[in-house]
Design a protein around this ligand. Sequence first.
Ligand code: 5RP
Length: 233
Amino acid sequence: MTQDEAKLLVAKRAVEFVKDGMVVGLGTGTTATLFIRELAGRGLKIRCVASSDASHALAASLGMSVAMLTELPELDVYIDGADEIARVPGLGFGLIKGGGGALLREKIVASAAKSFIVVADSTKLVEVLGKFPLPVEVIKMALPVVQPRLAALGLNPKLRQAKSGGAPSAIAGPYLTDEGNYILDCACGRIDDPQRTAAAIRAIVGVVEHGLFLGMATLALVAGENGVSEVRP
Ligand code: 5RP
């Protein structure tokens, strides 16, 4: 099974957790996109809140009822992908998110939901977090302050660049989030104490949010060769 096939399989399973009348949080990324498309195809009577402009636009284009968090501040379930998923002793699931650049809104929408189902192919399930570079969202003008402080913590931060090439209008230069911030991708290696790392990053003035989602996901749906497993924290 390819990674794309696994993502589609888990997206289809995730839809089964959504029922008529629910307020559903829509994630961001390739797995979440497949989920949104599957969900739209079911024609359920639901209302949604998206975690990025891209997912909002996709859901609206598919005819889904999608509103802002200001209109629907309480969600029944948030369903989204992850870059890494690990069990963290005493905390439940620890995730790295933000590969798609939406970590801030993702964390806000997830925090507004009664449950958070993380959907992934089995390559995302790891013993220890940190092989995937940890994204940290930073206020633009704070970059010269934050970057050296993250470096001093040994986190090896690198400013994310917008993808260039392709369309003639493609803009090169630093990547900007939906909130107009920069992202520093921290290739820090294994994160043995995610709570400590999260607290150290959070303590730096100018950091808006980081991609460590600790104790937030309530269920992981993981697709591999044997189908989809329901993994609990
Ligand atoms: C976006 C995210 C995504 O959920 C994460 O990057 C996984 O993406 P994909 O489903 O494309 O592998 O956090 O900010």
